[in-house]
Structures are given as structure tokens and as C-alpha cells.
Design a protein around this ligand. Structure first.
Ligand SMILES: [Zn+2]
Length: 156
């Protein structure tokens, strides 16, 4: 799909060294619009919305916050650690305001898997449907989020 000038400007902010050292795109050479559409299709196939995924991340982050930087048990079978890191980041999509740098580690003890995400990820997914480019060290696969965080489509 054709990329708008606005998308092109956002894509420039996603390059290494602009907002973060590593950038958000990894080795992904596609236009941002195509990255977004591809993940949109993935999420739609599993009958979820970006908002539902982000909301689950928020619930688990908030539950983990009470551990004050240490792992804490969260029912039914999670261990969650929330680390606040100094500094704040702006949204590459140009929203006003800045986001705290918070690392959230969620271990699913039943499945024996863990996933690490940040407050910026939650915002990028919930507000922009952006999971980062393929090959980005910080890309979150929608399917992995759904599996590890056990996100279920709402009953119809
Ligand atoms: Zn934003």
C-alpha cells in the first residue's frame, strides 16, 4: 500500500539513533504502513484487537508493580517484575507527552516461558497497533503475547 508523507516521517523516527539507540525496525525493509497492516491482519485472525492485547499488558503490569522491582507472584501462575528505569521517551508517532521507561517481565510458570515489554510497547500496541519491525530485538510477536499472557477473545 502507498505510504503517506506522515507515515514516512514517522518511519524516520523509528530508525536507530533517533528516539532509541537500536530503533524500532530491526532489519525490516518494508514501509511502516505494510508492517502495520500485516500485524493488523495477524491480530484480526486471532479475533482480538490491539486494545485488548494492550489492556491485558496493563493489568499484568499493574499487578506486578506491587513487587517494587522484585518478582512477585500473580495469580493464577505468573511471576512478574516491574523495573522503573530512569528517563522517559517520546512516542515516535508524535503523540504529545512522554512515556516512562519501565521494563515489565512476565513469566508464565505454567508454560515456562517469559516475555519482556515496556510501557512504550503497551502504548505503541494499544494506540498504534505497532509491534516493531521484523528482526528488531524488541519486536513482540502478537501470537507470543497472546500465548504467554493468555489473552482470550471475548465470548460472542
Ligand atoms: Zn503514540
Amino acid at each position: 500500500m502507498k505510504q503517506t508523507v506522515q507515515m514516512k516521517n514517522i518511519q524516520e523516527k523509528l530508525q536507530p539513533g533517533v528516539i532509541t539507540r537500536d530503533g524500532f525496525l530491526g532489519s525490516d525493509q518494508r514501509n511502516l504502513i505494510d508492517i502495520l497492516e500485516d500485524d493488523e491482519a495477524r491480530v484480526r485472525r486471532i479475533k482480538l484487537t490491539h486494545r485488548q492485547i494492550a489492556d491485558r499488558m496493563i493489568v499484568l503490569r499493574d499487578a506486578g508493580m506491587t513487587g517494587l522491582g522484585d518478582f512477585i507472584s500473580v495469580p493464577p501462575h505468573y511471576e512478574i517484575r516491574v523495573d522503573s528505569v530512569r528517563g522517559k521517551l517520546p512516542c515516535p508517532f508524535g503523540d504529545p507527552g512522554i512515556l516512562p521507561k519501565t521494563n515489565i517481565t512476565v513469566r508464565n510458570m505454567k508454560k515456562n516461558v517469559e516475555i519482556i515489554f515496556t510501557d512504550l510497547h503497551i502504548h505503541l500496541i494499544g494506540s498504534h497497533g505497532f509491534y516493531e519491525g521484523k528482526g528488531s530485538p524488541f519486536r513482540l510477536e502478537p501470537a507470543a503475547l497472546v500465548d504467554i499472557l493468555e489473552i482470550k477473545p471475548e465470548e460472542e
